[in-house]
Design a protein around this ligand. Structure first.
Ligand SMILES: C[S@@+](CC[C@H](N)C(=O)[O-])C[C@H]1O[C@@H](n2cnc3c(N)ncnc32)[C@H](O)[C@@H]1O
Length: 320
């Protein structure tokens, strides 16, 4: 596809400098924070920030803040996104090797993965306590996958992505997948897992399920896997998911059927002890989705239910 002259000129000007080409090469391999880029490039933070600003102004990269960290990644959308992908294609396979960038990138990745593993180890037993109470997750995952045998995943948003398991499950067939979570530690785990799986079109982003950082009607699939029970007002959370769904899109919710395991409230901060089908169907109706048949996966003491709802296609205007 041709790129407009303005974008081409601006993009080539911004990219046409050795450090900025190194940055493009690095970001084609991983999303990196400014401080990680500073370590890898061996340049001062103000210098690196200046390079990043120029690349950002030309639209070749995107920056987003997460607490005190600023993450950078290659732009993926629009003409500037196409241009950045073409520049990457032109870079030699081993670009950055001679500057030691690739070796330092590996060190940064190892540190991230180590931090994620330490967090996982510290919490794994708590999570396993819950897993032992219900059917294996693979059973739930097959039901979720089954919803996509006759429809594409398209652009996926996985809400409360945790360690990014649903991104790993549905990401391979998605055009693009974004997992959002409130916890920085969980996002660290998700990023390490995505890095390991090589799913470059999947990413993890800090966001609250009550206010998703996506525009209206911009995604095809929204998933909530074991997250809705944390919500004070689940219907408000699902309404936010409906807002970002395109007409024809699908919302999938996997959570517990009503139960009386009070310890989940006390020890795991669950607000709701499961949801009855009629309540979820009512919410889907309230927010304008057409609810499908729920699937129950009986377990002791917890039954997992997978609900789904489709956003109706926009009604065609009647001919006058
Ligand atoms: C039980 S974990 C489930 C993770 C993942 N969906 C899975 O099933 O493997 C729940 C996740 O929801 C996240 N979470 C809780 N409240 C949230 C909120 N308001 N917005 C976004 N994520 C939230 C937690 O940080 C946690 O990672």
């Amino acid at each position: 596809m041709a790129v407009s002259l303005d974008i081409l000129l601006g993009g080539l000007k911004a990219a046409g400098e050795p450090t900025r080409l190194r940055i493009i090469g690095l970001l084609s391999r991983a999303e990196l924070t400014v401080s990680e880029l500073t370590q890898i490039l061996g340049q001062s933070q103000p210098r690196v920030s200046r390079h990043l600003k120029l690349l950002d102004d030309a639209g070749l990269i995107e920056r987003f803040r997460e607490g005190t960290w600023v993450f950078c990644r290659l732009a993926t959308n629009g003409e500037a996104g196409d241009l950045s992908a073409r520049i990457v294609e032109l870079l030699p396979e081993d670009a950055g090797g001679e500057d030691g960038d690739l070796a330092r990138l590996e060190t940064v990745r190892r540190h991230r993965a180590d931090a994620a593993t330490a967090y996982f180890r510290a919490n794994a037993e708590r999570w396993n306590e819950i897993r032992r109470m219900h059917v294996p997750e693979s059973n739930v995952e097959s039901v979720m996958e089954g919803l996509f045998t006759n429809r594409p995943v398209g652009t996926l948003v996985d809400v409360g992505t945790g360690a990014g398991r649903i991104l790993e499950l549905l990401g391979p067939t998605a055009d693009e997948a974004i997992g959002v979570d409130l916890s920085h530690e969980m996002l660290g785990l998700a990023r390490a897992n995505l890095d390991r799986s090589g799913l470059k079109h999947c990413r993890a982003r800090h966001a609250d399920m009550h206010s998703l950082p996506f525009s209206e009607s911009s995604v095809d699939t929204v998933t909530y896997h074991q997250v809705l029970h944390f919500a004070d007002e689940p219907v408000g959370v699902l309404a936010e998911g409906e807002r970002v769904l395109r007409p024809g899109g699908i919302m999938v919710v996997a959570d517990f059927a009503p139960h009386d395991v009070e310890s989940l409230r006390e020890e795991h901060a669950h607000r709701r002890l499961g949801f009855p089908d009629n309540e979820v169907a009512g919410w889907m109706q309230t927010i304008g989705l057409t609810a499908g048949e729920p699937v129950h996966l009986d377990g002791d003491p917890l039954t997992v239910t997978v609900w789904h709802g489709e956003k109706p296609l926009a009604k065609r205007a009647r001919a006058s």
